[in-house]
Design a protein around this ligand. Sequence first.
Ligand code: PLP
Length: 346
Amino acid sequence: MTYTIDLRSDTVTRPTPAMRRAMFEAPVGDDVYGEDPTVNELEQRVAALLGKEAAVLVPSGTMGNLISVLSHCNRGDEMILGDLAHIFLYEQGGSAAVGGVHPRTLRTLPDGTLDLDEIAGHIRADNDHYPVSRLICLENTHNRCGGRVLPPAYVDAVGALAHARGLRLHVDGARLWNAAVALNLPPSRLVAAADSVSVCFSKGLGAPVGSAVAGSQEFVKRARRMRKQLGGGMRQAGVFAAACLVALDEMVARLAEDHTHARLLANELAAIGGIELDPTTVETNIVYFDVTHPTIDAPALSAALAASQVLINPTAARRLRAVTNYHVSKRDVELTIDAVKDALGA
Ligand SMILES: *Cc1c(COP(=O)(O)O)cnc(C)c1O
């Protein structure tokens, strides 16, 4: 093969020609003064898409989640989240390190949810010994659970529980667009119960940089201060916000293609001896699978695939993760299957 099929993540997607043109032509201003028209347009678009009063552009999903947590919580407050949440596992413990926010992890169920009764049982009573329970975090789609989509009614129920007990709900929606496309619902429906939402433009949507957080005017006002405090205030950010606008216009609906490719990949992988997965759990663009081959483990399979120009990361001794994306065609999925069969001698 003469080119590389890159299934390591959807973050490897490069900006499209339309994005580069929009970046070149974008009207810009100093966003710290609120004067970048392209940033302002993007923030308004995102707020409308998510059904929230306002939104603020941030450089990364990690910063979006961190400023959301910091905006909701005081030092010493507790947030309830899953033990497989991106915020807990992959964000440098920023909410504890920077915000002094105490994480209370509950078991993440295989479908990406947390048990409602378990959440309710872990909201602290008012007692001098206890930290104050302030925030619940959900993730949609759920990265470590294989891109699972949270049912809207479940998110509503968690929001209702949070609000009944005086807590807030944050949704880490780095891949919320994938969830919306998979459910064929507007993104706003998926986060109707959330007090804040973070979304990303640089994963499946292909923009070079950019995430946003949305919520009430009051929340976003705090979030802007937190962004500044963390060094995330930007000047002529319209140069990349322009690409994010193109991403929203042109790259959301096509995620359905990534999902079709992921299902194809999962079905074909499941039919190979030495590979195990349940293809019915593949709902979006992420495919986790286990290699049960007697002599080839996940790092060895990954290395063998890389030698045939197929990049798939191992995530554990016997587990790998493939993420379909804009640059991966149906033909590439078929070539990937052939490469896996070759590597396993199947
Ligand atoms: C990628 C990701 C993030 C963080 O985004 P960065 O832009 O890489 O900081 C947050 N949450 C989830 C679920 C993600 O997959």
